[in-house]
Design a protein around this ligand. Structure first.
Ligand SMILES: *Cc1c(COP(=O)(O)O)cnc(C)c1O
Length: 361
């Protein structure tokens, strides 16, 4: 057996260097005489790991000093509730832009606690573009506590290239594009990302929040769903997902070894271009997304024939290119090409698509 090219949307590929390092340190971490999985979250060895992870997040993302970095649990989906519970406290109202399943779910969850104003939606065209409402469509700063976006839409393959024209505090779900492109943290009140797309294994969620937004939540908010609980305790209020944080730290070291996020962004742009250029020239395959809103991370495409799509997915898997089936709500194919997918993997996919096109013309 050899390792395949895994195009899964998440959990997804991790860099081989990271897996090898974890393997080396599996039985004994440093001189601790035990695995990271077995050590107390209050131990010196683990404290060094979580502090270094935070330091690297701050360095790589250029996080300003007045932001807290937190490592939480419950997946990206728990943030759908934590954001309104903690930030929707003054106006008890927020703007949401609906660009796909994840934004829709976030808005529906928020609506359990606060009033939600859906500023715009791309549901009319199966979320194949990013709506760009003009400034007048948004609520004023005094009317809402925040404006919420899903920065990169994992399922539909769109992303923002320009931030919305809101004057309210901007909140973004960056689960599927965190650290794949340069993001100016200072433009946001809060950013969050489930790790299992670009940052590490499932189980840890990165939250970066401006300090002035971390205060008293809505009455009745559980302790564990309160940002202040975790911010005050440096993510050690209770047992954090220790092993996931350790692997995340190894991924951060890997990103740094590659020259940082700006360097990875260049590689990611090259990778995406290889695939989109081929899709634009192909007579069999076509991309499903408005060209100007194309994601660098998730690339959906179709042949237009469901049977042929299925044949492609099956034959690609046999050739070592796995998890190319599109999301169940979209059909067709989707290639997720996160940071850890090497350019060789994308080249192998394009070569395979060319061969398939020639054979099935
Ligand atoms: C995967 C994903 C989620 C959901 O994450 P979970 O960790 O499964 O809760 C939310 N938002 C985006 C953009 C995602 O890609």
């Amino acid at each position: 057996m050899s390792r395949v090219y895994n195009f899964s949307a998440g959990p997804s590929m991790l860099p081989e260097e990271v897996l090898k390092k974890a393997q080396e340190e599996m039985l004994e971490y440093g001189d601790a005489g035990m695995s990271v999985m077995e050590m107390s979250h209050r131990s010196k060895a683990f404290d060094d790991i979580i502090k270094e992870a935070e330091r690297l997040v701050r360095e790589l993302m250029n996080v300003p000093d007045n932001y807290k970095v937190m490592f939480l649990q419950g997946g990206g989906s728990t943030q759908f509730a934590m954001v309104p519970l903690n930030l929707g406290v003054k106006c008890r109202k927020a703007d949401y832009i609906i660009t796909g399943q994840w934004a829709k779910k976030a808005a529906a969850e928020a609506e359990k606690f606060i009033e939600v104003n859906r500023v715009a939606s791309s549901a009319d065209k199966t979320f194949s573009y990013i709506p760009k409402p003009d400034a007048s469509a948004f609520s004023s700063k005094d009317e809402v506590d925040y404006c919420y976006i899903c920065y990169n839409n994992t399922i539909y393959g769109t992303r923002y290239t320009e931030l919305p024209k809101t004057e309210a505090t901007l909140i973004a779900d960056i689960s599927s594009n965190a650290m794949s492109e340069v993001i100016d943290v200072s433009k946001f009140g809060l950013l969050f990302a489930g790790a299992q797309k670009n940052l590490g294994p499932a189980g840890v969620v990165l939250v970066i929040a401006r300090e002035d937004l971390i205060g008293e939540p809505l009455p009745g908010t559980p302790t564990m769903l309160t940002y202040k609980t975790h911010a005050d305790a440096d993510s050690l209020y209770n047992t954090p997902p220790t092993y996931a944080i350790y692997i995340f730290k190894l991924v951060l070291e890997w990103i740094k070894s590659k020259g940082g996020i700006a360097e990875l962004q260049k590689i990611n742009e090259d990778k995406a271009k290889l695939l989109y250029d081929y899709l634009d020239s192909s007579k069999l395959f076509k991309g499903t997304v408005a060209a100007e809103d194309r994601s660098l991370m998730n690339v959906p495409f179709v042949t237009g024939d469901a049977e042929l799509d299925a044949k492609f997915v099956k034959e690609a898997a046999a050739a070592g290119l796995v998890n190319l089936k599109g999301h169940r709500t979209v059909g067709g194919m989707r290639a997720s090409i996160y940071n850890a997918m090497p350019v060789e993997g994308v080249k192998a996919l394009v070569d395979f698509m060319k061969k398939f096109e020639a054979e099935n013309a």
